[in-house]
Design a protein around this ligand. Sequence first.
Ligand code: HEM
Length: 394
Amino acid sequence: MLQTEPLYDPFDPAVQDDPYPVYAQLRATAPVYWCAPRRCWVLSRYDDVSAALQDPATFSSAKGIFPAQGFDLAGAFLPMMIMMDPPRHDLLRRVVAKAFTPRRIALLEEPVRQMAAEITERLVVTGGGDVVRELSGPLPAMVIADLLGVPRGDREQFKAWSTALVTTDISSREPLRSNLDAAAALYEYFRQFFDERRARPRPDLMSALVTAEVEGRRLTEDELLGFCLLLLVAGHETTTNLISNTIAVLAERPDVLERLAREPELLPGAVAEMLRFDSPVQGLSRTLTRDVRLHDVDLSAGDTLLLLFGSANRDDSVFPDGDRFDIDRTVDRQLAFGRGIHFCLGAALAQLETRTVFAELLRRTRSWQLDPDTPAVRLRSGPIRGYASLPVVL
Ligand code: HEM
């Protein structure tokens, strides 16, 4: 295919501001697109993205899943299942799944509600502020701390390390000094934590992780550390972005806000539609293990592909009138949490956090607007979609 100029680059600020028109073009005219600046192929149609996710033997995660970055933060040092293929991945996931159970997530419902109530109350009393700093940034870090069993007294320190770990300069080919320092501090902290929980188990995820066993196999020290850091890398900023994106989308739709305030039972469906409509993870990559021919394009073993969940989720062939935000539509096929063996382990938790935040917010206010005097700042993190700051007036 002849391309005279780059049509799509996930790191182009104009694309990041609004990627959806470009996705529509890709789906219509270039379903297998060569993104020269990132040296990767791009798949944008629902059926192709979904099929690739379900074929890990051909589309491998082992060489990294973030496109065109010179390093995989933290994964560079520790084993993380998100960057593994079967059979290694599956065994690790089975051990972890013994600890990370739906029952354990359900136990977080009340603590999450309390945290959301406190934060939203403060935001309403002050008449608004930067949602990322006040609400969507801190809450997911606090929830992961609670889930792991981090004592309340260590929470502020934990939150600071966790923020330093995930705050990275995506244009840099290496981790930042601050990322490495935070990772080192977290290793040290977790290591002591493991010993303590082995000696005196409590009803928390950390205790369950150190004792979880499948076929006589427990997690090694490095696997334990890798998993704890993965929870932070995969579960913190993603949820932050879902909450921020939802604030921004609803700010433009006072009629939907009004309806959700009247009928809070619609919130789970609204959150699912938000995940489809403005996915926090717009895409992740895979590496081909063999030659493949797709839509008349020959791809070679070793090639990298970016799978665009954000575009698949707007594909009209699956979601009619996909660019329309509609909380009444059925979205059980959306791909914001991936599909197949790597399907997001925290999907239920992320949705619990988001619907709780909005239930608490809507109990206190029925409308908000983006601050006309202080413009929002978009994240510049490749295919990660969200805000660095999002000032609102309540
Ligand atoms: C809205 C928030 C979230 C989004 C959009 C999201 C998205 C995703 C996606 C797309 C994947 C699949 C990766 C792949 O196929 O390569 C994934 C995997 C994963 N997510 Fe999430 N995630 C979110 C929240 C969370 C939370 C809250 C946690 C835990 C606290 C979490 C933990 C994980 C883990 C451990 C994996 C790896 C699973 C595996 O490799 O088997 N995520 N997530």
